[in-house]
Design a protein around this ligand. Structure first.
Ligand SMILES: C[S@@+](CC[C@H](N)C(=O)[O-])C[C@H]1O[C@@H](n2cnc3c(N)ncnc32)[C@H](O)[C@@H]1O
Length: 361
């Protein structure tokens, strides 16, 4: 780090040597965080804060469900915005759990907003954290692009069980979370995510990457899917009530009749969340980027290993199983025709401990 004397008003002077800088960083949540992480964190949380549909719906749900004097858990608090809204709704105390380095920004913001006393911040995964008192409300905006991919099933279930008041289960925001899916035809996307691993990528090096052609299709990718690529209307596969869910396991089945024949390259998966009765948000694929819907969210994309031809008048069957947030299985096909059966467990070299005949679990 070069010697520097520059000062930014209101901010401590820059440490002048690399050693001083490393010592400072190693004290907080930034230890071992690369220079690229914080700008990404700011951009990610900035996009979420700038989404009026998302923030407005959470504000209304919090106003409806957080009673004055309530003790609240904000699970995955990010910048602390929902903790602040809970305080504004009258919460006596908010415990904010956050696993990522954004916790340092949250602490600064909560202090700047005069909430440092009422909001207790806890750095770490909720599953490893403890609380000094029972809670009345769980707020968790850990809604994944494909509903369950941020681990909301496991973390809310764990929080309900460990932190709820005996005999008085906590209110959960979102109350319900549904997973939707639709078949996608997009050869360019399939080529980029899957197909290109099938050719020796680098003639310059002669390095053969083709074994990864068998790995690449078995992942949940994050993609912005436009409605023009959906070849059948979306169907709700599964809906869970987060206040009563008993296992972090969800299974849903759908049938997609095809009015026109198409080659299916994968499945778009998205969510619909009922935060409180009547307050619903969704990231359903849109036609235009400026349609009035939560815009910062992308979608889940589950590729098929190979394009699947579905003829006019035929029906594509689909089953999706989610265990926790990481283990996804998607299987189905055309009645009497080609089938697929894929799982994120095949996406990494773990085959020896999992067999396709075994239901994830
Ligand atoms: C989608 S962001 C939402 C942030 C904030 N609540 C908001 O609404 O702007 C989810 C945050 O939850 C954190 N997170 C996800 N699961 C968590 C868990 N089990 N324990 C602690 N933090 C978690 C992530 O690090 C991320 O910062």
């Amino acid at each position: 780090v070069p010697q520097g004397t520059g000062r930014v008003s209101g901010v401590a002077p820059a440490p002048t040597t690399g050693a001083q800088y490393q010592r400072l960083r190693s004290r907080g949540s930034l230890a071992r965080v690369s220079v690229h992480v914080l700008p990404k964190v700011l951009e990610y949380h900035g996009d979420m804060l700038a989404d009026p549909a998302r923030v407005g719906a959470f504000r209304r749900a919090i106003e409806a469900r957080v009673a004055p004097g309530a003790v609240v858990l904000d699970l995955g608090g990010g910048t602390g915005v929902l903790s602040a809204l809970a305080c504004r709704a009258g919460a006596r105390r908010v415990y904010m759990m956050e696993a990522g380095p954004v916790i340092d920004f949250a602490r600064e913001l909560l202090k700047a907003n005069g909430l440092a006393e009422r909001v207790v911040t806890l750095h770490g995964q909720s599953i490893d954290s403890t609380l000094p008192e029972p809670i009345d409300v769980i707020i968790s905006e850990t809604i994944g692009v494909a509903a369950f991919d941020e681990g909301i099933l496991s973390s809310v279930l764990d929080a309900r069980r460990r932190f709820g008041r005996p005999g008085s289960p906590p209110v959960v925001i979102p109350g319900q979370l549904a997973m939707w899916a639709a078949p996608v035809s997009d050869p360019a996307l399939h080529e980029r995510l899957v197909g290109r691993w099938g050719a020796p990528l680098s003639e310059a090096t002669g390095y053969d990457v083709r074994t990864l052609r068998a790995r690449a299709p078995h992942h949940l990718y994050i993609r912005r899917v436009m409605r023009e690529h959906l070849v059948a209307p979306g169907v709700e596969l599964a809906r869970v009530d987060l206040a009563t869910l008993a296992e972090p396991f969800v299974e849903g089945t759908a049938r997609f009749p095809f009015e026109r024949g198409a080659t299916v390259h994968g499945l778009a998966v998205w969510f619909e969340a009922e935060l409180a009765p009547g307050i619903v948000i969704s990231n359903a694929p849109v036609l235009e980027a400026n349609e009035d819907i939560s815009q910062h969210w992308s979608h889940g994309f589950l590729p098929l290993s190979d394009g699947l031809v579905v003829g006019q008048g035929e029906t594509l069957e689909l089953t999706v199983q989610v265990n926790g947030g990481d283990l996804w299985r998607w299987c189905g096909g055309v009645a009497g025709g080609a089938r697929f059966d894929q799982c994120t467990a095949f996406g990494a070299p773990l085959d020896q401990i999992w067999s396709p005949a075994t239901k994830p679990g």
